[in-house]
Design a protein around this ligand. Structure first.
Ligand code: ADP
Ligand code: 5GP
Length: 215
């Protein structure tokens, strides 16, 4: 005899729409392993997507306009700041970087979680911006901020050199900025030390799953 079912539970879609889309904000001193960790996260969770920022820095080898960044001239960048298109923007390591508000909102309306890889000044600005918004605004509701630190400044230097993407003077500038950036770590809701990669990734995943309400 067939068992009586009280209600029909529809099969969940393969990629359910995010019920509370997250605005995941990750900061770290350059070379710390933030891209390594975040790339893995977006690979594992197709509903988490990067927001493509604008920058005035030159593309690195292999970088494509519209994929890693929108590469803008200083004039184009300035025009966009004047017309209020950025959710936040900052000068980092001598170049301008900014997040387009429309890009983020559109991606969240489509049911995605959006990951912002932005520097400490940008996050400060973003917090101030969100504090002015209605508490029910999706950007404010989804805000989840995470700071990733290196195990030490010596290890950070080794990683920056080992990556082999930046010239000596760029490496020096990034190292000079690292200590100042690390002073902001305590302002973030979550802090992760990227010493052993697997452990750091596990911690990152735990934070995200919990923010999604899945753990
Ligand atoms: P970021 O995006 O923070 O600038 P990357 O992800 O490019 O940093 O990492 C910088 C370098 O450090 C890369 O060569 C990467 O493979 C390496 N790396 C990342 N995480 C670790 C780790 N936990 N242990 C050792 N090397 C790491
Ligand atoms: P890179 O030049 O290595 O790609 O990035 C340098 C720094 O710029 C990183 O610390 C990164 O977090 C920051 N950054 C990238 N995009 C943005 C952005 O849109 N806004 C801000 N404030 N910082 C950004």
């Amino acid at each position: 005899m067939e068992e009586h079912k009280h209600e029909l539970i529809p099969e969940p879609p393969l990629q359910p729409r995010a019920s509370r889309p997250l605005l995941i904000v990750v900061s770290a001193p350059s070379g710390c392993g933030k891209s390594t960790l975040c790339d893995r996260l977006v690979d594992e969770f197709p509903k988490i997507i990067y927001s493509v920022s604008c920058t005035t820095r030159s593309p690195r080898e292999g970088e494509v306009d519209g994929r890693e960044y929108y590469f803008l001239s200083k004039k184009e960048f300035k025009d966009r700041t004047k017309s209020g298109e950025f959710l936040e923007w900052a000068k980092v390591h001598g170049n301008y970087y900014g997040t387009l508000e429309d890009t983020v909102l559109y991606a969240m309306e489509e049911g995605n979680h959006v990951l912002l890889d932005i520097d400490v000044q940008g996050v400060k600005q973003l917090r101030e911006h969100l504090a002015q918004m209605d508490p029910r605004h999706p950007l404010r509701r989804g805000f989840t901020d995470i700071f990733i630190s290196p195990p030490s400044l010596e290890e950070l230097e080794r990683r920056l050199r080992g990556r082999g993407t930046d010239e000596e003077k760029v490496i020096r500038k990034r190292l000079d900025n690292a200590e100042g950036e690390m002073a902001y770590a305590k302002e973030y809701s979550f802090q992760i030390v990227n010493d052993e990669l697997e452990k750091a990734y596990h911690e990152l995943k735990t934070v995200i799953l919990s923010a999604m309400g899945l753990s």
